[in-house]
Design a binder for this molecule. Structure first.
Ligand SMILES: Cc1cc2nc3c(=O)[nH]c(=O)nc-3n(C[C@H](O)[C@H](O)[C@H](O)COP(=O)(O)O)c2cc1C
Length: 202
């Protein structure tokens, strides 16, 4: 059975990243009709920013069973159980929204999802496809005025740190530039869902 973890970030009910992330999940479910979908809605249930307890637990090298890791363990277990992860997220101020960053701060944990060696960090989780749908009001590509994109390289690096290298990005751009640009972005995304899903899922 294929387990899909669907991670939604935007607080907007009419969110484009939610819409297309759900369509990606539906596209995978068409290929894998037996798929089980687990949804984590970071807008409805935002993980807390790392507090003093989490800092102390991480820095004291305590056991994974330490109750201060309870949420971190729950979120990592959800990720470990997934064969495919689909994330729908807006770009906020050129990078990830703070709710997604808080989730990352719970799942990227030394000695649990990566270990640190003199040669660098080594991921401890199994590799698997992660499809990331990003919604942008403007453009990070060639269309002026192009903005910097700290979201894509950041997420690629953070997943690689924990051992997940199969990251695919589906960008929805120009969403604040009127209905024609929105329609073009959605059309392009839907074509990708038809033809571009990772080979490993086909
Ligand atoms: C706080 C905030 C910051 C934003 N920063 C950016 C940005 O840096 N670049 C961009 O292209 N759009 C930015 N936007 C626009 C959103 O990315 C865009 O409206 C997107 O469609 C929201 O995602 P959603 O449709 O999934 O809700 C920002 C919006 C908000 C509310």
């Amino acid at each position: 059975m294929t387990a899909i973890l669907q991670l939604l970030v935007s607080p907007r009910p009419q969110s484009f990243s939610r819409l297309i992330a759900r369509e990606v999940v539906a596209g995978i479910a068409r290929l894998r009709p037996e798929a089980r979908i687990v949804e984590r809605d970071l807008a409805a249930d935002p993980p807390p920013h790392p507090d003093r307890d989490l800092y102390d637990a991480i820095l004291s090298a305590t056991a994974d069973e330490d109750p201060r890791f309870a949420l971190s363990e729950q979120l990592i277990a959800e990720l470990e159980a997934a064969d495919v992860v689909v994330i729908g997220t807006p770009m906020n101020n050129f990078t990830v929204p703070s709710t997604l960053k808080a989730w990352i701060d719970h799942i990227v944990r030394i000695r649990r999802s990566f270990r640190s060696t003199p040669a660098g960090k080594i991921g401890l989780l199994r590799d698997r496809p992660v499809i990331i749908v990003t919604a942008h009001g403007g453009y990070c590509g060639d269309a002026p005025p192009a903005q910097p994109d700290f979201l894509t390289p950041y997420l690629r690096a953070i997943f690689a740190t924990i051992g997940i290298r199969q990251t695919e990005f589906l960008r929805l751009e120009g969403l604040s530039r009127g209905p024609e640009r929105v329609a073009a972005a959605l059309d392009q995304a839907r074509r990708w869902i038809e033809n571009g899903l990772p080979q490993s899922l086909r």
